[in-house]
Design a protein around this ligand. Structure first.
Ligand SMILES: Cc1cc2nc3c(=O)[nH]c(=O)nc-3n(C[C@H](O)[C@H](O)[C@H](O)COP(=O)(O)O)c2cc1C
Length: 234
């Protein structure tokens, strides 16, 4: 059981929300384990339905991190495209407008990197940086109990956002990464979770390499496209 004192005066949540972005270039500067502890302790305040707190978190650094990268990269470089998925990251036929959003995001990302759509090899090589944590010294993995349903998956999403916002406050950058689930058997082989847990998502954590990270700030659709206000017309 953890106890945390409520903070009397909050720093700006808005600033953290607006400045967080998925960073894909990190320096090798190590991250103090105490900082990660502090972040995870505060993130334990994330709400969850029934207060199940369904997140199971594994944090890798040093030799565990390096072993993970070398194990998965060996598979990637040998042309192994991964394990049978344990869950579908996207619905089989992504319908409009999600499909356009997904492709629009890919275009924004790859054009910021100077990689043309017609160069799948360059895209693939760049994407493989996922399995090197984009150079970050720390990796975080969230696992979910296989008996849990979609409501608990959403709880874990909330937890991850809380972690990422708290990292911003600590001057740290992050990138959430479902791509690790593509090689879930290798991640499991190093993390050794109990059999009843399934890998959901990885996350790179470290100090942003501002010389090579660029300033990509992925677009969002307007509030009017996602929100319906009712009863405000009087
Ligand atoms: C659950 C989840 C999984 C993600 N997986 C990956 C991933 O494997 N690799 C990656 O580069 N980005 C990944 N992303 C980052 C998204 O592409 C990114 O959040 C989105 O494009 C919006 O950009 P922003 O985070 O910079 O605002 C993931 C994001 C989430 C929330």
């Amino acid at each position: 059981m953890t106890t945390l004192e409520p903070v009397q005066q909050s720093t700006s949540v808005r600033d953290a929300v607006l400045s967080r972005r998925s960073v894909r270039a990190f320096t090798a500067q190590p991250v103090d384990r105490e900082i990660i502890n502090r972040v995870l302790k505060a993130a334990s305040r994330t709400p969850s339905g029934g207060n199940l707190q369904p997140w199971h978190t594994y944090v890798v650094a040093g030799t565990a991190r390096d072993k993970l990268v070398s194990t998965v990269m060996e598979r990637v470089e040998s042309g192994d495209n991964g394990d049978d998925p344990e869950f579908a990251i996207y619905p089989p036929k992504l319908k409009s407008p999600y499909r356009e959003r997904r492709f629009g995001t890919g275009d924004q990302l790859y054009s910021s990197l100077g990689i043309p759509r017609e160069d799948p090899v360059a895209r693939k090589n760049w994407f493989a940086l996922n399995w090197q944590f984009f150079g970050a010294p720390v990796g975080l993995f969230t696992y979910i109990d296989r008996t849990m349903g979609s409501a608990q998956w959403s709880d874990i999403g909330m937890y991850m956002q809380t972690v990422m916002l708290l990292l911003v406050e600590e001057g740290l950058a992050s990138c959430p990464q479902e791509s690790w689930s593509q090689y879930h058997a290798s991640v499991d082989s190093i993390i050794s979770p109990p059999n009843d847990l399934m890998l959901f998502c990885g996350m790179s954590i470290g100090y942003e390499d501002t010389d090579s990270s660029g300033d990509l700030y992925i677009d969002r659709v307007g509030v009017d496209e996602t929100t319906t206000f009712l009863g405000w017309d009087s």
